[in-house]
Ligand binder design. Structure first.
Ligand code: NGO
Length: 536
């Protein structure tokens, strides 16, 4: 093979590896003073031992020795593309800035990193096999999702400097071995509340980037609430011109134009993250009511709201305008969302009577179904006999969530006391943001539960997955959001992806600590929780 593309490192013994690499490295990117070149720092030269992967793969077999990616490395895709080229392009784009390598994507030839089609039923829809041997690296999958997840694992096998966006020194050594992996749950989500405080498309894209690194595949956007309406709707322009003009605390708010939303959805889709848009109804609707007087029973628009109470608003059920409004909004949101889900909220409708709630949700279900989408709602939708085609998102009331499952619904798990990223870690950290109502959630507590055992009597087959929400009543900046989301989100990603067997909280905390340099390399300002032995 072309030795410029990569070199097998044969000895498992660390001193030998280091010496071999210091010589090899002279041929590539490192500055070398002659044949007696100094050894590169040990941390940069020994292959990752594969004890830091997050989420933990289903199976790993590590063999002695390593493979060093060289300046002539290429990435090959099958001649019949099947989406591999897009994955290869993203992988190359991730590695070019740090390594300085050209990493061309080639088709129909054998590259250093090979995306290969696997006919392997065991891998399921999203699984993959990654193997590293003396000849290079093979990423085998039956779907583009599988190749993408394999490429994320490959990035974790490289030194953390590979994740930086500025030129770094290699060598880029990967241990030899094989990983076979597939997710436990199909839905692995992050929810961002962009209604209480607005976050720009660029800010949200950054969370997509990091979430996808950890194999999350859903971005649920909480787009509307009492304090703001954040998505342009052509039929009702005041929703954004007025309803998007403020936020909690009275700041300027903001909203996504249709084009910005479409770009965000496409950006996420390229990383195999499906956007789930939420229009919260019939409660949590003060921003809409303040924007459109005809939506209120008395025809008078209440003022915009910048506080943090919940349960203060309801659409006026039974008004013909309300039905038109719901039809228009769901129609436009469905049309601009290629993914299969429409989230209609349904939580805390404290100002809506039981009868009105049931009638309203019956109408909403028909509208969602008419657009060929799957309805997702908070567990309160169980109050309205939701049927078996919906997904109920559990957050507080296990009885309601179990009732939804008993009726045939699938359940998405976001138990507030484990998965709400807006809850504080402890009394004082991080210093400036976070709520208290569901209790403190330190890093251990966020991880130390089993999604298969949260709801009594509910079979694991009814559980669609795990999602961690970051509500933003107290979160106004990306810095605060980062410190609440990270590192806890990595635990939720692992609960959703990794097999239950073999889970051990203390082992997880050590592995999480090994992600520290990777989060640093990605520019993520995580909270350095004291129970984690952080590697710096
Ligand atoms: C609740 C409420 C949200 C709050 C959040 C704060 C749900 C589903 N409804 O969760 O409006 O923002 O708590 O933690």
């Amino acid at each position: 093979m072309d030795t410029e593309a990569g070199v097998a490192v044969s000895s498992p013994a660390r001193p030998l590896v280091v010496r071999a690499l210091s010589v090899l490295a002279c041929g590539w990117a490192m500055a070398c003073g002659g044949s007696e070149a100094p050894a590169p720092p040990a941390a940069a030269s020994s292959p990752e031992p594969w004890t830091g992967l997050m989420p933990r793969p289903a199976s790993t077999v590590r063999r002695d020795g390593g493979f060093a990616l060289g300046a002539g490395a290429s990435i090959s895709v099958p001649a019949a593309d099947d989406g591999a080229a897009g994955v290869a392009a993203l992988l190359a784009a991730s590695l070019r800035p740090s390594t300085g390598f050209a990493l061309p994507v080639i088709s129909g030839a054998t590259g250093t990193i090979r995306l290969e089609r696997a006919e392997d039923a065991e891998l399921g829809d999203e699984g993959y096999e990654l193997s590293v041997d003396a000849a290079g690296i093979a990423l085998r999958a039956a779907s583009p999702e599988g190749w993408f997840h394999a490429s994320q694992t490959l990035l974790q096998l490289l030194p953390s400097a590979a994740l930086r966006t500025s030129p770094q020194q290699g060598p880029w050594v990967i241990g030899l071995g094989t990983i076979r992996d597939r997710p436990r749950f199909a839905w692995r989500g992050l929810m961002i509340d962009v209604a209480r405080h607005f976050f720009t498309p660029a800010e949200v894209r950054r969370y997509v980037d990091v979430a996808a690194r950890y194999k999350l595949n859903r971005l649920h956007l909480h787009l509307t609430d009492d304090q703001g309406w954040r998505l342009q709707i052509d039929a009702w322009p005041a929703l954004t011109t007025k309803g998007g003009s403020t936020e909690v605390g009275g700041g300027p708010g903001g909203y996504y134009t249709k084009q910005e939303y479409a770009e965000l959805v496409a950006y996420a889709a390229a990383r195999f993250v499906t956007v789930v848009p939420e229009i919260d109804m019939p409660g949590h609707t003060r921003a809409a009511l303040a924007s459109v007087p005809e939506l209120s029973c008395d025809g008078v628009a209440p003022p915009l709201y910048t506080g943090t109470q919940v349960g203060i608003s309801s659409l006026c059920i039974g008004l013909p305008t309300t039905a038109t409004f719901v039809r228009d909004v769901l129609g436009e949101v469905a049309a601009m969302t290629p993914g299969p889900y429409l989230h209609v909220g349904g939580d805390e409708a404290k100002k809506t009577s039981e009868a009105d709630y049931a009638a309203f949700m019956t109408m909403v279900r028909a509208e969602v179904a008419a657009r060929g989408k799957t309805l997702v709602g908070w567990e309160e939708i169980a109050r309205s006999t939701p049927g078996n085609s919906v997904i109920a998102q559990h957050w507080l009331d296990e009885g309601l969530a179990a009732a939804a499952a008993a009726g045939g619904a699938r359940v998405l798990l976001s138990p507030a006391s484990r998965a709400y990223l807006d809850m504080r870690y402890d009394l004082t950290s991080p210093p400036s943001a976070g709520g208290l109502w569901a209790g403190f959630i330190d890093v251990r507590r966020a991880y130390d539960w089993d999604p298969g055992a949260v709801l009594d009597g509910v079979d694991e087959r009814s559980i669609v997955g795990v999602e961690a929400p970051i509500w933003t009543e107290t979160v106004a900046t990306v810095e605060d959001m980062d410190s609440l989301v990270f590192p806890r989100l990595l635990g939720h990603a692992e609960l959703a992806w990794s097999p239950r067997d073999g889970r051990d909280v203390d082992e997880y905390l050590v592995r999480l600590g090994r992600q520290g340099p990777r989060l640093d390399a990605m520019g993520v300002g995580y909270f350095a929780a004291p129970e984690v032995p952080w590697e710096r």
